[in-house]
Design a protein around this ligand. Structure first.
Ligand code: P5A
Ligand code: ZN
Length: 468
């Protein structure tokens, strides 16, 4: 695709996912089709989280005094906070922030809930909207000012080891989630200057978009005891002594939907993994005048059979050219199309066309096995979509060894570059400026040799790219 930004913008409209014409910058409307994709994505995520978290719901407004308590945290967000200053005509005594994230809404309450080690661990999540007055160029789903789908998990633990373990668990859950959606990712530890404000460290998921720039699609933070100290989250241990709790938090946003669209889409439009597709199968009856009844009897029954088996199926009986129907459903990303005409019924077969690779197949129709046959094709589509996006991410990740190669690769090819790095902040920031890129973070690896930028002894394998 030649111009990803343009393609992305058009597809939201053409596939009827979102309407970006809402008269507030950075805020858009979810249309029914988009909302269904969002709903199925969330169901998948929440099913994974529900294994060990509980769902909660905290208020959207945060008193200024609470937001301001954690100095580093508030510093990180001060330029992005929307404020409610009036109730009707009256000035409020204390202004209230629209949550940019919910640490400072939740943790004063955690402080009340946690008394003894028996109260720990706490593992909760919520799916809410949050507000960030972003100053960089806003784009639907990718950089928004109302994050409408903010899924945030927060955990509290008695020990540092447990919190460390939870970071791994958070990463595993997100991996499983992205894998199920076929979204490829690279995980790295953000550099000091780019970690979540107030955290000990941040682990981030980045996916390469079709234009070669990366998008951060999820983050897992170890908060250490910083917030526990600020909000006084203390517990009595088994010896009767008071200790500060160890915390983690992790979050995802509308960007998951953006990357889902970007990872699989093509010139024809959307390609949806069956798990989140509003319609998994569309049946198009090919109707000729005198054979109409025969065909529709067949396709009605087929529709019913697939629906009963739990496959989201629709039948397009509109009186328009089949070609127009194909075009529309392909654009909307329906994973599988079934065509049935009088000739097919005579031959005892149906025709299937896969959205992922366009493959057309004649399938012998057997009432008893048809749902399994269709399910198998859908499963294969899921697998192939994931394979393709993993392949893309891998092919667009380059290891380089010299500064010249860094420059050449980033400008020519985009994607993610890995190289040796000393780990020093000054050197890192120098690289960011010099090459006009971002340091995504470091990965654990045995490194030999010197830093690609300053020549000092290398300490890390570092990932760099242009970013959204
Ligand atoms: C973790 C959850 C947090 O806010 N507090 C609770 C922690 N982390 S974060 O990295 O700041 O945000 C989590 C994820 O949200 C996405 N994101 C956005 N998506 C769309 N528009 C935005 N303006 C925006 N800002 C952040 C990122 O994917 C990020 O990883
Ligand atoms: Zn260096």
């Amino acid at each position: 695709m030649k111009n990803f930004s343009e393609w992305f913008h058009n597809i939201l409209e053409e596939a009827e996912l979102m309407d970006a014409r809402y008269p507030v910058k950075g805020m858009s409307v979810w249309l029914p089709r988009g909302f269904k994709i969002r709903k199925y994505s969330l169901q998948l995520l929440e099913k994974l989280l529900d294994k060990e978290h509980e769902e909660t719901l905290f208020p959207m407004l945060i008193p200024e005094s609470e937001l301001a308590k954690e100095a580093i945290h508030v510093k990180g967000f001060e330029e992005e906070v929307y404020w409610v200053t009036k109730g009707g005509l009256r000035e409020l005594n204390e202004q209230l922030a629209l949550r940019p994230t919910s640490e400072t809404a939740m943790y004063p309450m955690f402080s009340l809930w946690v008394r003894s080690h028996m109260d720990l661990p706490i593992k909760v999540y919520q799916t809410v909207n949050t507000f960030r007055y972003e100053t960089k160029h806003t784009r639907p789903l990718i950089r928004v000012r109302e994050i409408t789908t903010f899924n945030e998990s927060h955990t509290v633990h008695a020990t540092e080891e447990e919190a460390e373990q939870q970071v791994q668990t958070g990463i595993e859950i997100y991996k499983e989630f992205f894998d199920a959606l076929g979204i490829a990712y690279s995980i790295s530890k953000r550099p000091e200057w780019d970690k979540f404000p107030g955290s000990k460290y941040t682990m981030a998921f980045d996916t390469i978009m079709p234009d070669g720039k990366t998008l951060q699609i999820g983050t897992v933070h170890n908060l250490g005891t910083t917030f526990a100290k600020t909000f006084n989250i203390q517990f009595e241990n088994e010896e009767g002594e008071h200790e500060y709790a160890h915390q983690t938090c992790y979050g995802l946003s509308d960007r998951v939907i953006a990357s889902l669209i970007a990872a699989h889409g093509d010139e024809k439009g959307l390609k949806l993994p069956p798990v989140v597709a509003p319609e998994q199968v569309v049946i198009v009856p090919i109707i000729f005048k005198e054979k109409e009844d025969i065909v529709l009897n067949f396709t009605d029954k087929l529709e019913q059979t697939l629906k009963t088996a739990g496959i989201r199926t629709i039948q397009d009986k509109r009186d328009i050219r089949p070609g127009k129907k194909y075009y529309e459903w392909e654009q909307r990303g329906v994973p599988l199309r079934i065509e049935v005409g009088p000739r097919d019924i005579e031959n005892g077969s149906i025709v299937t066309i896969r959205r992922d690779n366009g493959n057309k197949e004649f399938i012998d129709y057997d009432e008893n096995t048809i749902t399994q046959t269709i399910q198998n094709i859908l499963d294969d589509i899921t697998k192939e979509l994931k394979t393709a996006s993993n392949k893309f991410q891998k092919e667009k990740t380059y290891h380089v060894e010299t500064p010249e190669q860094v420059k050449k690769t980033i400008n020519k090819k985009g994607g993610i570059i890995t190289c040796n790095w000393c780990g020093n902040t000054e050197c890192g920031k120098d690289m960011e400026e010099k090459y006009d890129i971002d340091i995504l973070g470091t990965q654990e690896a045995q490194v030999e040799g010197n830093c690609v930028n300053c020549g000092e002894k290398a300490q890390h394998k570092v990932l760099i790219s242009k970013t959204y």
